[in-house]
Design a protein around this ligand. Structure first.
Ligand code: BGP
Length: 477
């Protein structure tokens, strides 16, 4: 029987605007995500706004917003982030459930506008810090180590309106002030920090705070985020040398669709540009050689100062965190697609591929020789409640197969992966669709796609199985 190493961290992962709620409580300011409606597969979520002529409009969450439009809340519209699954009022109960699972870690994000309501204040909001103090102290009491995401695809809305979000260098300073405030306040209780979530796939007003969404804007934003992350890491090391910093990347595997060299090359370059580019800069401290060709093809010109380059070199990450849900295939003609005749898919068309996770762990360690953590992985499904119970054997199978793949990467291949935080232990709102029915949890939350329900937490069959797995360090796999 091969089990996971003793120090391996097991737990769950969430993001504030998908579970926290309390959007107008405790001095929290509006967040860019507060303007995002619910959607569905094939029906993109929208940002509601007021057009320059005063009329009402909307734009797809990853699309450009009309020039001079202003994101606006409308009373007749449902915005999932406002209540979400109400962790704000259920945190104690939710942490009890994490503890009952045998979790030794919990990865969650802090809501930026709960700490600085506009992102531009000098002083942090005491009620915001107090909320997370309670959460972190309660986690510690339950022997659960927090891993904090400083910024999970979001910005205080005021910062997006005033500066145009990450396209403006002033946002770097605002982020530094926010991140260092958190680090100074929590460093004695929090060792692991993630500067950004899925930095390689960010797009749209909610994540970047920009109206425009062209490649020039995107890479300007990304460059500013690289500098912001490195600047924070550099300064945080002066505050506490024990802290460990990572950034989180979406690393779903990308295979060539077949052995045609054209497709193999397309898969290689797609993976490099969509995933590695970001980790290359942040782990190695400099832009990779292929950046020049990438920017030339996209028509991107960046203002990279000598001071930026020095910051990037000085603030490299200590470990890599990544999400892995699925794999995809690439052809030279079509680019990246979901279709793979060898794999089953979820109802949201995500191919299920545990071996791809072992591949990914090996590939990442080969490339960077840094410790790794699988910070998101899980199965989004429609769960049926039968007599108050949820029989989700499909989720047990998915999690077991992926945990076996990680165990093999560690014990057979020798990859130093130090933890696993499944997404998301307690059902929450889906990021891509805003739906509630795309459920990941081992705990069911009684809430529907329009936010109605008792919010009661109900353990699914997978709960007992995951608890047995975590508590035995995978002896049951
Ligand atoms: C990642 C995000 C999470 C999360 C997850 C599942 O991209 O970091 O915030 O939601 O994917 O995706 P979805 O909710 O769209 O199913």
């Amino acid at each position: 029987m091969t089990t996971f190493p003793k120090a391996f961290l097991f737990g769950g992962a969430t993001a504030d605007f998908q579970c926290e709620g309390g959007f107008d409580e405790g001095g929290r300011g509006l967040l860019t995500h507060d303007f995002v409606t619910a959607g569905a597969y094939g029906q993109p979520r929208q940002i509601t706004l007021t057009l320059p002529d005063g009329t009402r409009g909307s734009a797809g969450v990853r699309d450009a917003l009309p020039a001079d439009s202003v994101p606006t809340l409308f009373a007749d519209t449902y915005y999932p982030s406002h209540q979400a699954t109400d962790f704000y009022h259920h945190w104690r109960e939710d942490i009890d459930l994490l503890a009952e699972l045998g979790s030794t870690t919990y990865r969650f994000s802090i809501c930026w506008s709960r700490i600085f309501s506009t992102g531009m204040e000098k002083e942090a909001n005491p009620a915001g810090l107090a909320f997370y103090d309670q959460v972190i102290d309660y986690l510690s009491a339950k022997h659960i180590q927090p891993i904090i995401t400083i910024c999970h695809d979001e910005l205080p809305n005021a910062l997006a309106l005033k500066y145009g979000g990450w396209a403006d260098r002033r946002t770097i300073a605002a982020y530094e002030h926010y991140a260092l405030t958190l680090i100074r306040h929590f460093h004695d209780r929090v060792k692991y920090w993630l500067t950004f979530n899925e930095i390689n796939i960010l797009g749209g007003y909610a994540a970047l705070g920009t109206h425009a969404q062209d490649p020039q804007t995107r890479y300007e934003c990304v460059h500013h985020m690289f500098v912001a992350s490195a600047a924070v890491i550099r300064q945080a090391r002066l505050i506490d040398r024990e802290l460990q910093f990572g950034t989180m990347y979406m690393m779903s595997e990308m295979y060539p669709a077949d052995s045609d060299p054209k497709n193999v090359w397309a898969a290689y370059t797609t993976r490099r540009e969509a995933c590695y580019f970001f980790a290359d800069v942040m782990a190695r401290g400099q832009y990779p050689h292929y950046a020049r060709d990438l920017f030339k093809r996209l028509g991107v010109t960046l203002d990279v100062t000598p001071a930026d380059l020095a910051t990037l070199r000085a603030g490299t990450i200590d470990f890599l965190a990544f999400s892995y849900y699925r794999s995809g295939t690439v052809t030279a003609d079509e680019g990246l697609v979901n279709e793979n005749p060898h794999l089953q898919t979820t109802p949201w068309h995500w191919p299920i591929d545990p071996l791809g996770l072992r591949y990914c762990l090996n590939e990442l360690y080969d490339r960077y020789q840094k410790p790794l953590i699988v910070i998101e992985n899980g199965l989004g499904m429609i769960d049926q409640r039968v007599d108050g119970q949820i029989h989700d054997q499909y989720r047990i199978d998915y999690l077991a197969d992926h945990l076996r793949a990680i165990r093999d990467a560690i014990t057979v291949d020798g990859v130093p992966c130090f933890g696993y935080t499944m997404w998301a232990p307690i059902d929450l709102v889906s990021l891509s669709t805003g739906e509630m029915k795309k459920r990941y949890g081992v705990v069911y939350v009684d809430m529907d796609d329009t936010g109605r329900g008792s919010l009661q937490r109900i353990k699914k069959d997978s709960f007992a199985w995951l608890a047995a797995t975590y508590r035995s360090r995978g002896a049951n796999l």
